[in-house]
Design a protein around this ligand. Structure first.
Ligand SMILES: CC(C)(COP(=O)(O)OP(=O)(O)OC[C@H]1O[C@@H](n2cnc3c(N)ncnc32)[C@H](O)[C@@H]1OP(=O)(O)O)[C@@H](O)C(=O)NCCC(=O)NCCS
Length: 165
């Protein structure tokens, strides 16, 4: 099902869609363009986007049907869901696409009766940290050596948490 949305500074109308298997190559390409270190490979994405208790949204340009970004989450326990991945094409960052994706997944979490949204972010991913903090996420524990690969000299992570209201 497609859901039309609009948000600030975005010239093109966009729409949200759920993942289907034929989208996998596009999502894989988006991951490679977006993450300098450790993009998900196809097998990881298939698991992330198709396993039970996972849910997701893909954001497309309405005219070109180009994939602008995606977000995926999974169940941790009865009250907690984890944002496993969010990526916005570097060409479209800073225009509200990430906000639209996060809003959509938080709405879905609430519909599924989760109370907390959590995630892990690389300690040196300042842009993502600022993004999440601007959306009400608070810093939790430092996750030492959480990532296999280093980014900007660190492989530590930070857990972020938000109580959904
Ligand atoms: C993080 C990310 C998803 C944000 O998406 P986006 O579309 O660029 O974000 P938005 O345009 O909706 O930004 C919303 C707010 O977040 C903050 N923000 C977003 N990117 C930021 C950056 N690089 N630096 C500082 N603040 C930033 C701003 O406060 C912005 O507020 P504004 O609306 O007043 O401008 C996107 O930049 C991205 O894909 N980054 C690379 C992948 C990544 O790091 N993913 C997270 C892994 S945990």
């Amino acid at each position: 099902m497609e859901e039309c949305i609009s948000f600030k500074n975005m010239n093109c109308p966009v729409y949200l869609k759920r993942f289907s298997p034929e989208d996998i190559i596009e999502v894989e390409e988006l991951e490679k363009r977006t993450f300098e270190v450790g993009p998900y490979n196809r097998e990881e994405l298939e698991e992330l986007l198709t396993m039970p208790d996972t849910f997701n949204f893909l954001l497309y340009d309405e005219k070109s049907h180009e994939l602008l970004g995606y977000i995926a989450a999974s169940k941790i326990d009865e009250v907690t869901a984890n944002i496993e991945s969010i990526a916005v094409d570097p060409r479209y960052q800073g225009k509200g696409a990430g906000t639209a994706l996060l809003n959509a997944i938080e709405q879905e979490m609430k519909a599924r009766k989760y109370i907390f949204s959590i995630l892990e972010v690389r300690e040196m991913n300042m842009g993502a940290l600022e993004f999440y903090k601007s959306k009400g996420y608070e810093e939790g524990e430092l996750l030492k050596n959480f990532y296999t690969l280093s980014y900007k000299g660190s492989n530590h992570g930070i857990r972020l948490i938000k109580k959904l209201t």
